[in-house]
Design a protein around this ligand. Sequence first.
Ligand code: AG3
Length: 283
Amino acid sequence: MLNSDRNRMKLNSDKWFSEVYPDDGCALSLELSEKLYEEQTPWQKLEVYQTTKFGNLMLLDGCVMLTGRDNFIYHEMMTHPALCMHSAPKKVLIIGGGDCGCLREVLKHPIVKNVHQVDLDERVTWASEKYFPELCESNNDPRAILSFTDGVVFIEQAAGNSYDVIIVDSVDPVGQAARLYSEEFYRACYSSLSENGILVAQSESPLFHRDLIKSMQTRMADAGFNDVTTLFFPQCTYPSGWWSASMAFKGSKPLNYRTVDFNTEYYNNDIHLAAQAVPQFLR
Ligand code: AG3
C-alpha cells in the first residue's frame, strides 16, 4: 500500500475494535473479520472475535485479554523467569489466568509436581478451550487442578508452606480485581509460600502505570517480602504496548537461575537478564 493511501484510510467502526485509554489519550485498534462469541457471565462481559491478522481476540469488559498472535510473550514472561529462579518449584498456584496460557507454560517444567489454577470465572476457561485450544492443550495434565472460586478468599484460607511459586495473572486493578493488588493480599501470598517462595504478579504498563508499579513494589516489601524485581517486556496489544510483571522473593533474590530445556518463542537466558534492566524513570 502506498503511503498516500495509508494516510487516507479511516478506521471503519464496524470492522475495527478499539480499546480506548482515556487517561492517556490514545487507543489500540485491531481489524476484525468476525464476531465469534459474546456472553455476560455472572462476573464480566466476555467477547471473542476473529481478527484479520492477530488470530482470535478475547475481551473482558471491553479490555484486550489476549490475542492468538502475541499472548506468548506475556505468558512466557509471567511464568519462566520466576520458575527458573526457584531451585525446585514443585507446587505452583495460579490466581486468575482462566485462559490457561500461564498454566500451559508452567506445565512445560518437568520439575513441577502440581499446579492449582484458581479463577473466578469458569466461562473464561470454557471460551479459551473453544477459541484458544492451543492454550488449553495441557489442561488434562494429571498435575493440573482447575478451580473456579474467588482467589482472594482462596489464598486467605490456604495453609502456610503450600506453594513454591504463586502467579497472579489478573485483569487491571479495577473493581473486584483491585483486591489482588493490595498489601493484605500479598501478605496472604507470603504466608502460603514455602521458605524461598516467589510471587509474580502482572503489573501493567511501565509507561502508563508507573505509580502502580512503584506502589506494588512497596506493598510487596511491606507485606514482608525480602526482595522485589520488575520484569519489562513488549506486549503490543496491551495499553502502550509495553508491559511488566513484578516478582517478590520471600528469601534473598537468587543470583542463579535454571535454564529451560523445552521450546519457547520469546523467553531465553538473554531475555531473562535483559528483562530485569530497570528504566531510569523507575529507579
Ligand atoms: N491479564 C492482564 C490483562 C491486562 C490488560 N489490560 C488491558 N487491556 N487494559 C491477561 C490475561 C492473560 N492470561
